[in-house]
Design a protein around this ligand. Structure first.
Ligand SMILES: CC/C=C\C/C=C\C/C=C\C/C=C/C(=O)SCCNC(=O)CCNC(=O)[C@H](O)C(C)(C)COP(=O)(O)OP(=O)(O)OC[C@H]1O[C@@H](n2cnc3c(N)ncnc32)[C@H](O)[C@@H]1OP(=O)(O)O
Ligand SMILES: Cc1cc2nc3c(=O)[nH]c(=O)nc-3n(C[C@H](O)[C@H](O)[C@H](O)COP(=O)(O)OP(=O)(O)OC[C@H]3O[C@@H](n4cnc5c(N)ncnc54)[C@H](O)[C@@H]3O)c2cc1C
Length: 669
């Protein structure tokens, strides 16, 4: 046990890699300086014995899991402060992003950080929707952990349709207060992270009533618990919602109100306002209230979808390089399972997806920042495009990531089913993101709304924004004969997207012409609309990946690998959606064998570099937390060591034998 020798198959894989792995790590991190900072940060946190796991969390009770997560969260956030004070290297915000949205947090609190919402949603909401005075007061309190806050929007009865939320905030001009009530069971807040027993304040989204009129949903800061005793304040009914598929340490909670009063100043008033006499002042756009959701959707693409997929791929690829099972040629000796073409087909396309997600996430982050600056200047023109792209990228990337993580688990056979593989917790984390922050189908339909409008605009000769420009040009270009090239793939994906969007738009128009109400027509066509949004997103990701791979300033060896992965992304999704390419991209059935061969050749070319690629993600063993994926490949020793941590192995005969089994066996049924 505890051998530090590297598995010889993994060693051979590393020796035969054709590119410089460190160069990929630098590219992945955004430069050598970023790699250095990340490694220093990991060392500072992960070498701390107080943050090491003593008993695997799977063996703790629900309550113990939460208590242990809270202990670590407190230590972790003290250390963040220490890190910023002592190193002066990197702002605290960078560090928070790495902890909450990066891999570091998942190493220390794999099932979720109960403080996450304070940073991921409360602070962005106050910064985006609070006045300067409100920001000055609340940001420093929450930032310095004087208070711990969450974001309470979803209710038992409504998550998606937020205009239907039932919690009321009624303004009382005589005291200049808002009075909060939960009129029904379904109006109870349900889900907010950290709400159960961690937070003492929340942004609460409620229907605003003033002067007898409802003005729709607005955000308010509400104190929930006493700052000293942590007891719920009068009229606050609060608790935790119970055990879930994953994320069991994030402390999701419920919350009801009975005549809870808050000062008028606690309404976040950057956009709309209520004056002391109760006069309501409108926001420039009611969609500005939805700003925090856009921020989190943007952050999730990189922080959850791409990051957790890179982890799963590292585990499954290293394991596949050392696991031997069966023979390809009888008598030639047992084969590394990575040699099986079917295994390569499971693992390498998700590697390509991981790169496509990262490039798209960087693009999305940049436009998020520029559009946010424009909004601050009162310019709302690009908000619809940002909303549309944040919605479809969040939906497609979390879906691809969750599906691929499950494929990675299946690719490791029985051992992947163990908690010690770290697949279950990784999957639990990512599949949650398919639902939260906007359920994926719902988000795709939001993008589809934007696309149908863009299609109509293209037809009437109007101007189109960057991501939908192709709707103007694509239909005009004649279909050419199929060529196996990246450029042709890029065009074909756009043709498929344009074709799907056109089909939807004309199906809706056709229905309306025969008297179907527009809303019913929309619902009738919505299966195709969701698909159209997905194909638009895929075409966007394909093009972004092509731009990245062809223009990356890297060595020829690494560039070759990036191009191979990019081609694999395209050929994989093309072969998976042949019908679309037949219908809209001029593909003929006689073209398919050569594309299948192209894809298989790519799998063959990527094979020698597979371990190098995942090594390039540079995920340390402490972050991977997997018996199957460790750098040295000593899988079987680790599986044994993990099995022996089971509390059932503490005694050779468990007490249940004497209590139940022995009497049963002796009872002569
Ligand atoms: C890196 C991260 C690290 C770690 C994370 C760790 C832990 C965190 C874990 C969990 C956190 C989870 C938090 C949550 O889930 S909070 C709750 C999130 N809830 C949602 O996302 C609700 C989803 N629903 C909606 O977003 C909207 O209600 C919906 C868009 C579905 C519909 O809204 P509404 O009915 O008001 O609008 P429509 O009539 O459909 O459209 C009107 C119009 O407005 C446009 N629109 C809609 N949303 C936006 C937006 N956000 N911004 C801009 N514009 C928007 C829409 O396109 C329409 O435009 P038009 O067609 O021009 O009329
Ligand atoms: C782990 C986790 C953490 C969360 N954290 C928070 C939090 O911190 N704060 C918070 O406020 N909330 C939080 N949520 C709630 C989350 O945002 C909602 O669950 C999510 O928005 C989906 O809403 P819903 O549960 O009401 O699903 P529903 O909207 O009821 O969806 C159910 C089904 O109906 C379909 N559907 C609904 N509307 C439409 C439509 N218009 N068109 C077509 N199909 C539709 C959906 O596609 C889905 O298939 C969290 C949820 C989870 C799972």
């Amino acid at each position: 046990m505890g051998s530090i020798t590297i598995n010889k198959d993994l060693l051979r894989e590393r020796q035969s890699c054709t590119f410089n792995v460190l160069e990929l790590t630098h590219l992945w991190d955004g430069g050598p300086e970023k790699t250095k900072e990340r490694k220093e940060l990991e060392k500072f946190f992960l070498d701390d014995p107080e943050l090491q796991e003593k008993i695997p969390s799977e063996y703790l009770s629900h309550k113990e899991k939460y208590q242990e997560a809270l202990r670590r969260s407190c230590l972790l956030f003290k250390k963040i402060k220490e890190w910023s004070d002592t190193t002066g290297c990197g702002s605290q915000m960078d560090t928070f992003q790495n902890i909450l949205g990066g891999m570091l947090g998942s190493a220390i609190l794999p099932d979720g950080v109960p403080f996450a919402l304070n940073y991921v949603m409360f602070l962005p909401t106050v910064m985006g929707q609070g006045t300067m005075q409100q920001q000055a007061y609340w940001v420093s309190r929450a930032w310095n952990c004087e208070i711990m806050c969450t974001y309470a929007q979803t209710e038992l009865g409504h998550g998606t349709f937020i205009r239907g939320l039932e919690t009321t905030a009624t303004y009382d001009p005589s005291t200049e207060e808002f009075v909060f009530n939960s009129p029904t069971l379904t109006s109870y807040k349900w889900w907010p992270g950290g709400l159960g027993h961690t937070c003492n304040y929340a942004v609460v989204v409620a229907q605003l009533y003033t002067k007898g009129q409802c003005h729709g949903i607005h955000p308010f800061i509400v104190q929930l618990r006493d700052e000293e005793t942590h007891m719920p304040l009068p009229g606050i009914k609060i608790g935790e919602i119970g055990s879930k598929l994953g994320m069991n340490t994030i402390n999701n909670g419920y919350l009801g109100f009975e005549n809870v009063r808050i000062p008028r100043e606690n309404m976040l008033m950057k956009n709309s306002k209520v004056l002391p006499d109760g006069t309501y002042v409108n926001s420039p756009s009611d969609k500005l209230t939805y700003g925090t959701m856009i921020f989190v959707r943007v952050a999730l693409v990189r922080g959850i979808a791409a990051a957790y997929l890179s982890k799963a791929l590292t585990i499954a690829t290293r394991y596949s390089a050392l696991r031997k099972q069966g023979e390809i040629k009888p008598g030639a000796g047992e084969t590394q399972i990575l040699e099986y073409r079917t295994q390569q087909h499971k693992l390498f396309p998700p590697m390509a997806m991981c790169f496509a997600m990262r490039c798209s996430a960087d693009w999305l982050w940049d436009i998020y920042n520029s559009v946010t600056a424009e909004l601050d200047r009162g310019d709302l023109e690009r908000l619809p495009e940002l909303h549309a792209m944040a919605c479809c990228l969040k939906a497609v990337c979390t879906k691809d990531s969750a599906k691929a993580i499950e494929v990675c688990r299946l690719a490791t056979g029985g051992h992947g089913y163990m908690n010690s593989s770290n697949f279950p917790s990784t999957y639990g984390m990512v599949t949650a993101a398919e639902t939260y922050e906007g359920e994926n189908t719902v988000l795709l339909l939001q993008t589809a709304r934007f696309l149908v409008k863009a299609w109509q605009q293209a037809r009437s000769g109007g101007n189109l924004t960057e991501t939908v420009e192709y709707l103007k040009t694509m239909p005009l270009q004649p279909l050419s004969l199929w060529v196996n090239s990246l450029q042709h793939l890029g065009i074909a994906f756009k043709r498929v997207a344009a074709g799907n969007i056109e089909t939807c738009a004309t199906s809706i128009e056709r229905r309306i012409l025969v008297g179907v109400a527009p809303e019913d027509a929309w619902n009738e066509v919505s299966i195709q609309l969701a698909k159209a949004a997905e194909t638009h997103c895929r075409a966007f990701m394909m093009q972004i990946f092509i731009n990245f791979a062809t223009s990356a300033q890297v060595s020829p060896e690494l560039k070759k690998v990036l191009i191979e992965l990019c081609e694999l992304y395209g050929t994989y999704f093309l072969l998976d959606n042949l019908g679309d390419f037949f219908m809209y991209a001029g593909l003929r059935s006689s073209d398919v064998p050569s594309i299948q061969e192209w894809m298989e050749t790519l799998l063959h070319k990527i094979r020698p570099n597979a371990v190098g690629i995942v090594d390039g993600f540079d995920i340390s063993d402490a972050v991977l937390r997997s018996a199957l994926g460790a750098y040295d490949g000593n899988v079987y020793e680790r599986l044994f060591a993990e099995a022996n941590k089971s509390p059932l192995n503490a005694e050779p005969v468990d007490e249940s034998f004497h209590k139940y089994l022995k009497p049963f066996l002796k009872s002569n049924l």
